[in-house]
Design a protein around this ligand. Structure first.
Ligand SMILES: Nc1nc2c(ncn2[C@@H]2O[C@H](COP(=O)(O)OP(=O)(O)OP(=O)(O)O)[C@@H](O)[C@H]2O)c(=O)[nH]1
Ligand SMILES: [Mg+2]
Length: 407
């Protein structure tokens, strides 16, 4: 299957909160999961999926996907996830697995913060009495760690950079972009952060220590948007804590990663009919399940799916792409009559692109040649020509007409 993802999602948090369980449930990659801190040392990278209703039913065609999957009308588009070692307070200074961890999330475009909402693990991930630890503290500490880590990278030659910018009347945006290029931080992020922090971009040498930290903290929020996964929702004390987390300025997804992992594994063996993100499942082969397995599945149905509407894993991934990263899905086709590519594959690809992408930018994404020789595009739904500046919408099906070929 050809990959179409263009963004990386970082699964982060303190040790023992269920990061690898979440990652394993999303990707079905084999990962080590255990009830003690620092189970994961080396990062796990894998492919999960964004879930969106496929357009093939609306267009009344049978599709033959290539870069994605289509399961009973649900299009699953591959995206890349990284699961890293747990982060402990002071990691930015090298505590625990320290900077190694932080370096691994450099390339992440968005972060999924897995919190043990049951309060059953202390600030370093050691088991404690359920409800004893306050998960709100975890949110604050994680923000602080990432900000301090980013600050430590910038701090090294900040004064030199600020002086050069002023002395040579160079724009600070470009210089910072270059300095932070390995961190998936764009010029637009830097521009927005300086504006939002209310700082003078022409006079960085007069920024105080507090101004500098305010800038970095704002830059973190903008360049590494984060949502909170309130994991271990099945445990006591979780519900109360979720209500408190919801008062923070974050999207909070209630989650039981363990349940999703069990359902995905059972579905993989075709024991049940379940698609990631479904609100229910059907047992297909009861004869192959023991009484205790059936009982465990029924508990998941009742205590997780019926109660919360889903396990939350898929919701978190969708939320990260559609809300935090403002992405939409677009289907390119060559043959408008059959909605196929030149090999006759119907609705072969679904692309995730940022909202605001124009028809011509989309052509460039498919192939630079197609962008260069773009003439116009056709919106398959309206059966109308659209120009290069037209902003695409979610679930658009488009055909690009170029001087060379169609796509
Ligand atoms: N009750 C409950 N337990 C969970 C859930 N998700 C994970 N766990 C358990 O939490 C423990 C830690 O899970 P891991 O996935 O290894 O956690 P981690 O955050 O990757 O841990 P480190 O790699 O050590 O940082 C394991 O015993 C899991 O079975 C959940 O949704 N509910
Ligand atoms: Mg782990």
């Amino acid at each position: 299957m050809q990959r179409s993802y263009s963004r990386l999602l970082g699964v982060i948090g303190k040790p023992n909160t269920g990061k690898s369980t979440f990652f394993g449930a999303a990707t079905l990659a084999p990962v080590e999961i255990a009830n003690y801190p620092f189970t994961t040392i080396k990062p796990n990278r894998g492919i999960g999926y964004v879930r969106t209703p496929c357009v093939h039913e609306e267009f009344k065609v049978n599709d033959t996907p290539k870069n994605s999957l289509c399961l009973n009308g649900v299009r699953l588009i591959p995206v890349e996830l990284i699961d890293v070692a747990g982060l402990v307070p002071g990691a930015w200074e090298g505590r625990g697995l320290g900077n190694q961890f932080l370096d691994e999330i450099r390339r992440a475009d968005a972060l999924v913060h897995i919190v043990d909402v049951s309060g059953g693990t202390d600030c370093e991930g050691r088991l404690c009495k359920p409800g004893e630890h306050d998960p709100l503290e975890d949110v604050q500490f994680l923000e602080q760690e990432i900000t301090m880590w980013m600050a430590s990278i910038l701090k090294k030659d900040w004064l030199k950079l600020a002086r050069t910018a002023e002395a040579e009347s160079k724009e600070i945006y470009g210089m910072l972009e270059e300095r932070l290029s390995g961190l998936s931080i764009k010029r637009s992020h830097i521009f927005e952060a300086i504006q939002k922090a209310g700082l003078n971009a022409d006079k960085p040498t007069v920024w105080s220590e507090d101004d500098f930290l305010k800038f970095v903290d704002t830059l973190r929020r903008i360049s590494k948007p984060m949502l909170i996964v309130a994991n271990k929702m099945d445990l006591p004390a979780a519900e109360e804590n979720v209500k408190r987390l919801q008062k923070l300025d974050y999207t909070v997804i209630q989650c039981c990663a363990e349940a999703e992992l069990a359902l995905r594994r059972a579905a993989e063996k075709q024991l049940i009919d379940y698609k990631p993100g479904d609100c229910n499942f059907k047992i297909l082969q009861p004869e192959k399940l023991s009484q205790s397995q059936i009982k465990a599945l029924e508990i998941i149905r009742e205590k997780v799916l019926i109660k919360n509407g889903s396990t939350g894993v898929q919701d978190a991934i969708n939320m990260a792409y559609f809300k935090l990263l403002s992405m939409i899905t677009v289907y390119p086709v060559e043959d408008l009559e059959h909605l196929s590519d030149h090999n006759g594959r119907v609705l072969p690809d679904a692309y995730l692109v940022p909202y605001g992408t124009t028809a011509r930018q989309f052509a460039y994404l498919i192939h630079s040649e197609l962008g260069e020789s773009f003439i116009y595009a056709v919106d398959a739904r309206a059966r109308k020509k659209i120009g290069e500046e037209t902003v695409l919408r979610d679930r658009d099906v488009v055909s690009i007409v170029s001087a060379k070929k169609r796509a």
